[in-house]
Design a protein around this ligand. Structure first.
Ligand code: PLP
Length: 496
């Protein structure tokens, strides 16, 4: 790695990326390519001889950029954001530049120690109880994703119980969540060997804003116990993926404590907002949980990938996940004075993710981070008002954080269909209303002007407008609304 050559090529790369951001609004937000498009333009095998970075970047511009969906576009309102920043980018650059593989303390002491420090900083920003922090009796780790955080804590919970009752009883273990919980939990349960018949996704309803009912949780647990089963783990969510619903942590933990269950709080999306004092109440009751995770790569400018997980009992994780091969033995590990993060995760090798989080936290500072999160919520409130005051549309679930869930209202469709009697409660018409809304979304997304993704709750097809891309400003939100209205008018005139 010649430093002069690196300097030269890296400058070219930085210019390329800066140009990309400068021009990002010129690209259709949702990539418009067809499946297999890249096969037709790239060579069938790797080049035998070296190629200069200039010609590689030309191909990136010509062939790769058209196949990107532009997550960093200010007109990206799909899924949940993955908001980038200069600080997050520079942090990634530095971590990649060092390219250390800090699986245990000795393999790169700064990587392990910085991770423990930033995880405590962030835990303090969230006002997590001391029992989750290294400075208290717990601790935390940075994983790549919430899927890993959920799986690792489930493995820890499973092994704690199986160590007492014997591994033959694994078929009796039951796990609980709501029907709004991310599919990550179902996958984790499969991997952890929980029998699919023992996976309880408890029904939620619109009338309770899609939050998990403690009452239903208790009755489900009681019926499982009557059947000779063993309640193991609850995955509660603060900010569900469909509608950003919030499960009531305090009341749920009051239930689970009666059965000695492990409670994990998945705040993948909404955790960032909870660093603002006014949103902290959404995690009230977290003191009763065993673990808590969220993704700073969604709304906290940390660039993919970064999921912070805190646990009250690090030893439970370590017991499940540690291995001690001879080739990794060292004095620091033997002294038990250090954190060896390989024992807190699935893989051995690991990225120096703490670096970007540290740089983000320092470059922004807590106050500015809070203010940006607040302005996302303010933009979402504005969008919500625009929708709510237009009688062609309706809000489907109460807005939480910066996600607005809406659709063309049944009454607007009924009005457009004035020639016939339209009962929006009939099953046929319910699916017709869904179809019209689906057409609206497809039409908006294929225009390239903005990108949103849908969900279905209680059989209702919903458009989700998730605000929080770093470059999104009020003008983009207003423009998005105008595009949505225009497409809705066309759809209502054409199809109804
Ligand atoms: N949990 C929730 C609530 C999410 O919204 C998501 C993704 O959006 C996940 C879990 C999965 O996150 P990851 O992709 O980090 O595994």
């Amino acid at each position: 790695l010649d430093s002069n050559e690196f300097r030269k090529q890296a400058h070219i790369m930085v210019d390329f990326i800066a140009d990309y951001y400068e021009n990002i609004e010129k690209y259709p937000v949702l990539s418009q390519v067809e499946p297999g498009y890249l096969q037709t333009v790239l060579p069938k095998s790797a080049p035998y001889c070296p190629e200069p970075i200039e010609s590689i970047l030309k191909d990136v511009q010509d062939y790769i950029v058209p196949g990107l969906t532009h997550w960093q576009s200010p007109n990206f309102f799909a899924y949940f954001p993955a908001n980038g920043s200069i600080a997050g980018f520079l942090g990634e650059m530095l971590a990649t530049g060092f390219n250390v593989v800090g699986f245990n303390w000795v393999s790169s002491p700064a990587a392990s120690e910085l991770e423990s420090i930033v995880i405590d900083w962030l835990g303090q920003m969230l006002v997590l109880p001391k029992s989750f922090l290294f400075s208290g009796s717990g601790g935390g780790v940075i994983h790549g994703s919430s899927c890993e955080a959920i799986l690792c804590t489930l493995l820890a919970a499973r092994d704690l119980v199986l160590n007492t009752i014997g591994s033959d009883s694994i078929g009796k273990l039951v796990v609980y969540c709501s029907d709004q919980t991310h599919s990550a939990f179902q996958k984790a349960s499969q991997i952890a060997g929980i029998h699919s018949r023992n996976f309880r996704a408890i029904k939620t309803t619109r009338s309770t804003s899609f939050a998990l009912s403690p009452h239903l949780l208790r009755s489900t647990i009681c019926s499982d116990i009557e059947d000779g089963l063993i309640p193991l783990y609850l995955c509660a969510t603060v900010g569900t993926t469909s509608t950003a619903a919030v499960d009531p942590l305090g009341s749920l933990c009051n239930v689970t404590k009666d059965y000695g269950m492990w409670v994990h709080v998945d705040a993948a999306y909404a955790g960032s907002a909870c660093i603002c004092p006014e949103f902290h109440h959404f995690i009230d009751g977290v003191e009763g949980a065993n673990s808590f995770s969220f993704n700073p790569h969604k709304l906290l400018f940390t660039m993919l990938d970064c999921c912070c997980l805190w646990v009250k009992d690090p030893n439970a994780l370590i017991k499940s996940l540690s291995t001690s091969p001879e080739f990794l033995r060292n004095k620091a590990t033997d002294s038990k004075q250090v954190v060896d993060y390989k024992d807190w995760q699935i893989s051995l090798s690991r990225r120096f993710r703490a670096m970007k989080l540290w740089i983000v936290l320092r470059s922004y500072g807590v106050e500015k981070l809070r203010n940006v999160l607040r302005s996302n919520v303010a933009l979402a409130k504005l969008f919500e008002e625009l929708v709510a005051t237009d009688n062609k549309f309706e809000i489907v679930a109460p807005r939480k954080f910066s996600l607005v869930c809406f659709r063309i209202s049944p009454s607007a469709i009924s009005k457009a269909k004035s020639s016939i009697i339209f009962n929006s409660k009939s099953e046929t018409n319910k699916s017709y209303i869904n179809e019209i809304n689906n057409k609206l979304l497809e039409s908006i997304n294929s225009s390239g002007g903005l990108y949103m993704t849908p969900t279905v709750v209680e059989g209702v097809f919903v458009l989700r407008c998730a605000i929080g891309a770093t470059l999104t400003q009020e003008a983009h939100v207003r423009m998005a609304w105008n595009v949505i209205k225009k497409h809705a008018d066309v759809i209502l005139n054409m199809h109804v």
